[in-house]
Design a protein. Structure first.
Lengths: 334, 275
């Protein structure tokens, strides 16, 4: 049975509109105007037990709203939703014991207390007895490389250590489904890598299902074989990251460093010339013809250096949204 | 599914022990607070006693209350104020922070009653001096009141009644605070209203019959100040009437039920409106 099943899931907010300034506020008091905003527009997907799925989309695409519907913090406006066999918005205790939510920008641990104290509170709330709680804390602390930090007040820890203790606290009850909203936000490269390694390790060991949002494509490429991309509340892509790249970028980027200078016309027929500066040349070549074009290039020019790569995924997603926005604008004004 | 109930009760009891154990440990990092609190309590009490003395300068009774009877009321007020400092203020002031910072989400995702969590998560020892002073004042005033009052409290039933009314007073006070704090789900600014509440409840320092009739009505039916101090004081003085006792318990239950209902509604609103 799937861990998460969403069918035509939708969320519409009613937002009251107010003109700026005092006059606007007064007018608003007498004559309230509301506007419906569609945050999530009938999306459907299923996630199987043990999957790690990345959840992508620009700010305001509906990622957080979806995540909150999945955890039961927001009541969907329409559609069907089942997580771990429960309807999340009823927030039954049995459901809450199955899930956990970690938000990179919000802490659940208490600032002035050592993490161990907060962990003891969580153990009591989840009804985990003391010896068992100690065992689990030891186990997770080892995986997270946390030791004496747990006995220091939280405010004295670094951001990376705090994030790791947050993860420890969020996993103490051994949830089967992890919802992680920007878990590496603000972390430096090392801390980020350690959090990623931990998540992969945790998933392998426990078979927990992980749904993860991140602005950092590094997180996604390192962890998520499958990604869901939403844009303007709709599901744009559900599949592997490679498939997404292929779909967004049917071309690959070929970067050349040449022995001699050549005019731009010399590259006609090899691909779309992206940049041409002195000895440096960048071409976009359709994937299907990549090998023959590269071979032809090597034959035609004296090549010092050559590199073939995918354009960065951030740029592809950004480009996609700009294209669609432009198309929408063009459609609106025929 | 019967045993889970017992298990839940034990889980809540253990949670409460953990809540209070950790928060006391955090508070005791600042021992100077205790001295400051003690000075402030004694200062407040001296001020109230001074005003009470002025009120009694005109005659031996205030709205039908003797000097020692009025002292019992003042003692109860001080006790409740200490309870507010211990439990209500530190917990309920956090709800608005939870709403502003979004950490209410974490509370709502715990497999424990969120009203319980929000109301009992911390405890502050700094109200204890006030509670002790209140109890001391009550005891002293009852001894002063003489054999009449003491006779009224001699039967176990009368003692039980007085305790029940005190409990009702605590429940009413809690519900008023919680309702105001819960309103911050809609209006974040509403937290300031709890200051207003605290200052209105100062009216409970003196017997309700000391106020003009209009205020008496207000303090009985709108803001149930009368049930907080005057009614339990009468029971302590052995003058409790069945009508007021029943009324007090009913008001307490209604307030508690009201606070739970409002919280349920607030959660529904929060989960459908927040983003």
């Amino acid at each position: 049975m799937s861990t998460i099943r969403a069918r035509d899931l939708a969320k519409t907010y009613r937002i009251s509109e107010k003109q700026p300034g005092l006059a606007g506020t007064l007018r608003h008091l007498v004559n309230r105007r509301h506007r419906e905003v569609v945050a999530v527009d009938r999306i459907s997907f299923t996630i199987e037990p043990g999957e790690i799925v990345g959840f992508l989309g620009p700010n305001g695409a509906g990622k957080t709203t979806t995540l909150k519907m999945l955890t039961g913090l927001i009541h969907p406006s329409a559609g069907e939703l089942e997580v771990a066999g429960y309807q999340p918005w009823r927030r039954q205790a049995a459901f809450l014991r199955q899930i956990t939510l970690v938000m990179g920008n919000r802490q659940q641990l208490i600032w002035d207390l050592p993490a161990l104290d907060s962990l003891r509170v969580n153990a009591a709330v989840y009804g985990i007895d003391e010896p068992e709680a100690r065992r689990r804390i030891g186990e997770l602390a080892e995986m997270l490389e946390l030791g004496p930090e747990l006995q220091r007040p939280l405010r004295k820890l670094s951001l990376g250590q705090r994030m790791k203790t947050e993860l420890l606290a969020a996993l103490l009850h051994r949830p089967a489904v992890l919802f992680l909203d920007e878990p590496t936000l603000g972390l430096d490269v090392n801390a980020q890598a350690r959090v990623r390694d931990f998540l992969a390790d945790y998933n392998r060991r426990t078979g927990a299902t992980v749904l993860l949002t991140s602005h950092d494509m590094g997180d996604i490429t390192a962890l998520c074989p499958r990604v869901l991309l939403i844009h303007q509340g709709q599901l744009f892509h559900d599949g592997s990251l490679a498939a997404l790249t292929q779909r967004l970028a049917p071309c690959r980027q070929v970067r050349l460093e040449l022995e001699h200078l050549h005019p731009a016309e010399a590259f006609a027929g090899f691909g779309t010339l992206e940049a041409h500066q002195g000895h440096q040349v960048r071409l976009l070549v359709p994937r299907a013809q990549l090998t023959e074009r590269v071979a032809a290039l090597l034959e035609r020019f004296a090549v010092v250096d050559l590199e073939v790569s995918d354009p960065p995924i951030e740029e592809l997603i950004g480009g996609l949204f700009r294209q669609r926005a432009a198309a929408a604008a063009a459609g609106a004004e025929p | 599914m019967r045993p889970p109930l017992i298990r839940d009760i034990r889980r809540y009891a253990r949670s409460l022990r953990c809540f209070w154990g950790t928060s006391l440990a955090a508070e005791l990092e600042y021992p100077l607070n205790a001295a400051i609190e003690l000075v402030s309590v004694l200062g407040n009490l001296a001020g109230s006693l001074f005003v009470l003395q002025l009120l009694f300068a005109g005659g031996p009774s205030l709205g039908g209350w003797s000097w020692s009877g009025a002292l019992v009321v003042l003692g109860l007020y001080t006790l409740l104020d200490g309870f507010t400092t211990c439990l209500l203020q530190p917990n309920l002031s956090r709800i608005v922070n939870h709403v502003q910072t979004g950490t209410l989400d974490y509370v709502l995702l715990k497999p424990i009653d969120s009203q319980f969590w929000l109301s009992a998560r911390t405890v502050s020892p700094w109200g204890l001096p006030a509670m002790a002073a209140g109890l001391g004042l009550i005891g002293w005033a009852l001894a002063q009141a003489g054999p009449g009052a003491a006779a009224g409290l001699r039967s176990p039933g009368a003692v039980l009644l007085a305790l029940a009314l005190l409990l009702a007073a605590l429940v009413i006070l809690y519900s008023l605070w919680f309702v105001l704090a819960a309103l911050s789900i809609w209006f974040v600014k509403v937290w300031n209203a709890t200051e207003v509440l605290r200052y209105t409840l100062v009216a409970g320092r003196y017997p309700i019959s000391a106020y003009p009739p209009a205020l008496r009505l207000l303090f009985t039916f709108v803001l149930p100040v009368a049930f907080l101090t005057t009614v339990p004081a009468e029971a302590l003085l052995g003058r409790g009437s069945a009508l007021w006792a029943v009324g007090s318990l009913v008001v307490a239950l209604l307030c508690l039920a009201g606070s739970r209902l409002l919280w349920r509604f607030a959660q529904r609103f929060y989960t459908s409106a927040s983003s």
